[in-house]
Design a binder for this molecule. Structure first.
Ligand code: ATP
Ligand code: MG
Ligand code: MG
Length: 335
C-alpha cells in the first residue's frame, strides 16, 4: 500500500522470503536483537510502523530515538499480553469476558472458583489463530488444560455466550481524527477466521456502539494507525474479545468494499495524511484460503465476482493462511 502511494519502503524482517520484501525498495534481513541492523534501519527511514505485535520492546527502545514509531509503544505493551489487554479494556469501562491470571495449579483453582466453567485458558502471550488455548467444560479439565499451557503464564476467561462475532477496523490519524470501517461479521472454524461478511447483523444502535467503543480504545492509547477490535455480540450488549495493533485479517474485505482500504488507511495514518472516511460501497464476503483451500483457486479464478489475494507462501500446510478471496455480492445494502 505504501508503494502504491509512492513511498519508498524499507522492510526489517528476520525471514528471507517475506511477501513485503518483493515490493519493498530495500529488505534488511536481520534478527530483532541485531543492534547495528536496527540502527541502520531506523536511520534510513522517516517513520516506522509494524504489522506484528510481538516485536521485542528492546528493539523499540533503540528505534524510538531514531524515528517516530506508529502506533506507539503503549499500544504494543497493552496488546502483547492478554492480561494487560483485559485490564486496560475493563479499565476503560468496556465489557470483557470475566478473567483471572493463572500461573500454576493453585491460581487456576482460584480462577475456577471465581469464573467457573465453561471457560477458556489462554497463554498471555504469542497466541494467534486459537493456538495456545484450552477449553474447560468442567473443573475436571483443569489438569490437562494447564498441561497444554506448558508452563506459560496464562489467563482464564469465562466463556461468553455470544450470538455472533463482529470486528471493527478503526483508524486514528496524527491529528487525533478517527475513522472506522463498517463492522464485519466473523465466522471462525477451529479457532481460525474463516469468513468476514459485510454487512454484519447489527442494529443501528449496536453499530454505533461498536464504532464508539473502538474510538474510545484508540483515543486512550493516543493511537496512530489501524487497529482491529474483535467483539462478541450478546443479549446484554457488546463484549470486547481482543484488539490487534495493526491491519487485521477481518478487514481484508475493504480491498474490494471501499475506495481507501485498511492497508492504505494505515499508511495514511502513520504518514500523517488525512484518513479515508471508511465508506463502504459494496456488500462483500471475505473468505480465508487455508491449507488445501488452495485447490479451489482455479475455480475461484473463473468466478467474475471474486478477487483473489494470494500470499506466495512456498509451502501449503494444514491450518496455514495462504490467501483470501473477496466476493462482491452487490452494491452496499445498508450500514
Ligand atoms: P486471532 O487469530 O483472532 O488473534 P487468538 O488466537 O488470539 O485469535 P481469540 O481471538 O482470543 O484467539 O479466540 C479465537 C476465537 O475463539 C474467538 O474469535 C472466539 O470465536 C473464540 N473465543 C475466544 N475467547 C472466547 C470466550 N471467552 N468466550 C467464547 N468464545 C471465545
Ligand atoms: Mg489474537
Ligand atoms: Mg481473535
Amino acid at each position: 500500500a505504501a508503494s502504491r502511494l509512492g513511498f519508498r519502503t524499507v522492510i526489517f524482517e528476520p525471514g528471507a522470503d517475506c511477501p513485503a520484501s518483493h515490493v519493498a525498495d530495500r529488505h534488511i534481513q536481520a534478527a530483532y536483537s541485531d543492534e547495528d541492523a536496527l540502527r541502520d534501519f531506523g536511520q534510513s527511514v522517516d517513520v516506522i510502523t509494524y504489522e506484528f505485535e510481538n516485536i521485542p520492546t528492546s528493539a523499540l527502545d533503540l528505534l524510538e530515538d531514531l524515528a517516530p514509531v506508529r502506533p506507539g509503544r503503549e499500544a504494543l505493551r497493552v496488546s502483547q499480553d492478554r492480561m494487560t489487554e483485559k485490564e486496560f479494556l475493563s479499565g476503560l469501562g468496556l465489557t470483557t469476558a470475566p478473567f483471572a491470571a493463572v500461573d500454576d495449579a493453585a491460581s487456576l483453582a482460584r480462577a475456577l472458583d471465581q469464573i467457573g466453567t465453561p471457560s477458556i485458558l489462554k497463554t498471555r502471550r504469542f497466541g494467534y489463530d486459537g493456538k495456545g488455548q484450552a477449553r474447560l467444560r468442567s473443573p475436571e479439565d483443569a489438569e490437562t488444560a494447564l498441561a497444554d499451557m506448558a508452563g506459560a503464564p496464562s489467563v482464564l476467561e469465562g466463556f461468553v455466550e455470544f450470538s455472533h462475532e463482529v470486528s471493527v477496523i478503526a483508524a486514528r490519524g496524527t491529528d487525533g481524527s478517527v475513522a472506522c470501517f463498517d463492522p464485519g461479521e466473523n465466522v471462525h472454524k477451529d479457532g481460525i477466521l474463516s469468513t468476514t461478511t459485510l454487512p454484519a447483523r447489527l442494529s443501528t444502535a449496536q453499530r454505533t456502539d461498536a464504532v464508539l467503543l473502538a474510538g474510545r480504545i484508540l483515543n486512550a492509547l493516543d493511537y496512530v494507525g489501524v487497529m482491529g477490535v474483535e467483539l462478541f455480540v450478546t443479549a446484554k450488549g457488546l463484549v470486547v474479545n481482543e484488539i490487534a495493533p495493526r491491519v487485521h485479517n477481518s478487514g481484508h474485505w475493504t480491498q474490494q468494499g471501499c475506495s481507501v482500504d485498511q492497508f492504505e488507511q494505515h499508511i495514511r495514518a502513520v504518514a500523517g495524511w488525512p484518513l479515508g472516511d471508511g465508506g463502504r460501497y459494496a456488500d462483500v464476503v471475505m473468505e480465508n484460503l487455508i491449507g488445501e483451500d488452495m485447490d479451489r483457486v482455479p475455480d475461484l479464478a473463473r468466478d467474475p465476482a471474486v478477487s483473489l489475494h494470494l500470499y506466495g507462501k512456498a509451502e501449503v500446510k494444514p491450518g496455514r493462511k495462504m490467501g483470501h478471496a473477496n466476493r462482491v455480492i452487490g452494491p452496499a445494502s445498508r450500514g
